[in-house]
Design a protein around this ligand. Sequence first.
Ligand code: F0G
Length: 481
Amino acid sequence: MNDTVHQLRCIGCSRVVAQAEVRSDFRCADCGELFEVEYPGWSSAPASQAGGLTGANGHNGSSQAAVLPAVSHSGPRAWMPNASALRWLWKERRHSAQSIDQSGVWRFRELLPILEKPNDAVTLREGNTPLYGMPRCAEAAGMERLMAKHQGMNPTGSFKDTGMTAALSVARERGFDWVACASTGNTSAAMAAYAARAGMRSLVLIPEGKIGWGKLSQAMDYGALTCQLRTDFDGCVQVLAEIVQRYPIYLLNSVNPYRLEGQKTPALEIAEELEWNVPDHLIVPGGNLANCSALGKGFQEMKHLGLTTAVPRISVIQAVGANPLYSMIASGARELTPVHADTRATAIRIGNPASWRKALRVIEQTGGYCEQVTEAEIAIAKAEIGREGIGCEPASAVTLAGLKKLVADGRVMPAENVVLLLTGHALKDSEYTIDFHRGSLLGAEEGRGFEASMAVMRSTMPVLDASADAVLRELEAGVRS
Ligand code: F0G
C-alpha cells in the first residue's frame, strides 16, 4: 500500500504510523489507544474551498476525467475534488458491469484509497442499501416523518459487510492466509463470507449460547473455524488479543481502522439519496461503539471535501443492560468503567467497548446524545419496525426506542429529518421474534408497564383444523379487532 496516500493516526496521542508499522492488535505502542485512517493529501483542504461545487455540471462525459487526478494525494497540493464530477461518477458506476463499481463501498473508492489495487477488492456487491420512509414508526415516535437506512439488506444481512470488504481486502493485499474476529455474531458471519470469497481461512470466537442462530449458521456455512468460548464477548476479545500476538493472523474486529473506512460509506449513500443534503440527525445502536464513529467520519469527510455543507447530529443508543457509554456520560465521568453486559439484543451485549473514545468524540463533535432503552422498549420498537414491512434484528430496534425518548423530552423536534441506522436483518434472530409474538420473550418484571403496548403489537399464530370454516372464523375475528 502507498503510505503517502493514507496513514494511521492514534486517537489518543496523535502519533502517526505507516500502515506497515501498526501492531497486530491495532493499538498504539505509546498510549494503547486505537488508530484511524487519515489521508494526508486532504488535510489542508478547507471545506469552503474543497468543494469545487461550481465545477463540471455532472452530466457531461468530461467530468470523469476531471475526477481522476484524485488518486494523486501526495505532495504539497491538497486534494480538491470536483464535487459535482465525483457525484456523477459515483452514480454512473451503479450501471457498470464491474463488480467493484457495483459495490456500494468501492464505487466511492476515491474516499477510501486504502488499497494498492482497488480492482482486486474482495466484494460481494455490498452496500447500495435502501433508505426507507417509515410513516408508522414516525407516528409512534411523534415525528412528522422518519427514514431508516437498512444495513441489514447487505449480502450477509448486516452493516458489517461494508467494513469487511475494506479490511479483508487489506488483509489479502498484505498476504495473510488467516483472518480472525471475536464477535456477537454479525462480524463473524461477514468475515467468514468475505474470507470464503477470497479463498482465505477464518477463525471466529463467539460467546457460547449467546448469539442468534442465524449468525452462527452463517459462520459455519461459510467455512469458518467457529469456536464457542465459555465466556462473553468481552472475554472472547481478550483471548483473541493474545492469539494475534502469538500467531500470524489478521485481526478483523472493529479496532481495525480499515473496517471503519468501509463502514463510513452508508453516510455517503444517505447524502447521495438526499441529493447531497444530510439529515438533521442520525441514530445508531451502540455495542463495541465503532460504527457511530465510522458514520461520523464519513459525514465529516464529505463536508471537509465540499460534497455536503453540514454534518448531522449522531446519537448512540444502548440497551440498559449493556450501557457503559450511557453510564459514563450520565455520571459525568471521562473514563469508561466496563459493565457486566446482559441484554436479549445479543449483538450489542458488550460491557467493555473498544471504541468508546471514538464514539464519545463523534457524539460531542456533532452535538448528539447517548440514550439507553429497556428490553420492553426494544421489543416494542422491533415489532413496530416489523409492521412497516421491513423488520430488523433486536439491536437495530434500539434506534427507534431511543428516538421516542429523544422526542419525548424535546431533544429531537417532530419536524426534524431523522434517519435510523438499522444494522441487521430480521432473520438474524428469528427466535427472539417468535418469542415476542408468543408472549414468552420477557419476564413479568421486564414487561411491567408495557403489557398493553406489547399486546397490540403481537401477531397470533393459531393452530387450526384444516377447514375453511375454522380459518374464516379467525379472519372475521381479525376484521372485528
Ligand atoms: N447492531 C448490530 C446488529 C450489531 O451486530 C452490532 C455489533 C451493533 C449494532 C453495534 O455496532 O459494535 O460498532 O457499536 N456487532 C458486533 C459483532 C460487535 O461482533 O457482530 P458497534
